[in-house]
Write a protein that binds this ligand. Structure first.
Ligand SMILES: C[S@@+](CC[C@H](N)C(=O)[O-])C[C@H]1O[C@@H](n2cnc3c(N)ncnc32)[C@H](O)[C@@H]1O
Ligand SMILES: CC(C)=CCC/C(C)=C/COP(=O)(O)OP(=O)(O)O
Ligand SMILES: [Mg+2]
Length: 295
């Protein structure tokens, strides 16, 4: 692999940043280096867990209280954040038995919220990769602040060529990060880093083959995030081709809609809410968790 020596903002994420494997990956690195949306930063500020994924579960209307009250917006932000952390908890629930001596891999780790939650739950080592040096620095800074930098680390690397030994990981996951890569390449790499008997989990948005082709809403989401949403069929086929055998396929579409409906009423809207709500409602798009055994 070729590496370009570029010092990072803090020098903490890594001494060097690998050159992007493709021009597209360079675009994605730039996208996430520039990202600073209030909907992500203000939610993360609630308790220091910074997520770049969406929420699931029922809205707690009692906790939200009256829209006319002072403090409603603050409670709304806390509620959206609670639902996003609930999503990560459900992903972690599907990792199976994880011991303190195990290593977990977060492919496309963002600012590291899920990694911190995984370490807090299992006490184990958690290794993350992201294309963005800003995100890796952010995640490593948070881990240092929490005193867990010896167990939680983000690196600026391509998830299709991860810096981990073959069979090193007890479990690995993609939390809303698989729509940036070819699924055959992705699952071949997870299959390599996972030990036999290990567990792979993804939470993802995918287009529904029953709808026919990607709807205009799905195309809008792709354009908004510069990603390429795959179909449910493609996930299952690429897993089967790469020794990943689904143990659970959970349709979380109905469970994510309350998050989007609540978010659409907040001051932190980004303009993509309508596309998610309409595509989930018309059946063209699904929010799915797939947990698979590495056989
Ligand atoms: C929507 S964010 C999800 C972040 C995180 N999983 C979470 O739940 O908060 C997508 C992430 O995928 C990462 N990503 C996209 N393509 C990647 C690649 N080829 N290698 C590594 N990371 C990648 C981005 O850098 C970004 O961190
Ligand atoms: C389910 C799908 C298709 C996800 C696409 C990947 C993505 C950008 C996820 C959320 O990131 P974010 O938290 O940075 O987005 P936002 O700013 O909208 O909250
Ligand atoms: Mg977000």
């Amino acid at each position: 692999m070729t590496h370009t020596e570029i010092p990072t903002a803090t020098g903490a994420a890594s001494a060097f940043i690998p050159a992007p494997a493709t021009p597209y990956q360079g675009d994605i690195a730039r996208y996430w280096n520039a990202e600073a949306r209030p909907v992500n930063l203000r939610l993360g500020d609630v308790d220091g867990l910074y997520h770049h994924h969406y929420g699931i579960g029922d809205v707690d209307h009692a906790a939200l209280g009256d829209t006319e009250d002072d403090g409603y917006e603050k409670r709304l932000i806390a509620e959206l954040h609670r639902l996003e952390s609930a999503q990560a908890d459900v992903l972690l629930d599907h990792l199976g038995a994880v011991g303190r001596d195990d290593t977990l891999v977060d492919a496309g780790c963002g600012r590291g919220g899920s990694m911190v939650m995984a370490h807090q739950r299992f006490g184990c080592r958690v290794e993350g990769v992201t294309l963005s040096a800003k995100q890796a620095d952010f995640a490593n800074r948070r881990a240092a602040e929490l005193g867990i930098a010896d167990h939680v680390r983000a690196q600026v690397r391509n998830m299709l060529a991860m810096p981990f030994e073959t069979g090193q990981a007890a479990a690995s996951w993609n939390n809303e990060s698989s729509m940036y890569v070819d699924l055959q390449d992705l699952f071949a790499e997870h299959s390599r880093v996972l030990r036999v008997g290990g567990r792979y989990v993804t939470v993802t948005g995918c287009w529904n083959p029953r709808y026919g082709q990607p709807s205009k809403w799905v195309s809008q989401i792709n354009a908004h995030f510069e990603c390429n949403i795959h179909s449910r069929r493609e996930y299952l086929r690429a897993m089967a081709d790469n020794r990943l055998v689904p143990q659970a396929v959970v349709d979380l579409t109905a469970e994510t809609l309350p998050y989007w409906e609540l978010r659409a009423t907040s001051s932190l809207v980004t303009g993509i809410e309508e596309a998610f709500i309409n595509s989930y409602r018309d059946g063209s798009f699904q929010y799915l968790l797939i947990a698979a055994d590495r056989v």
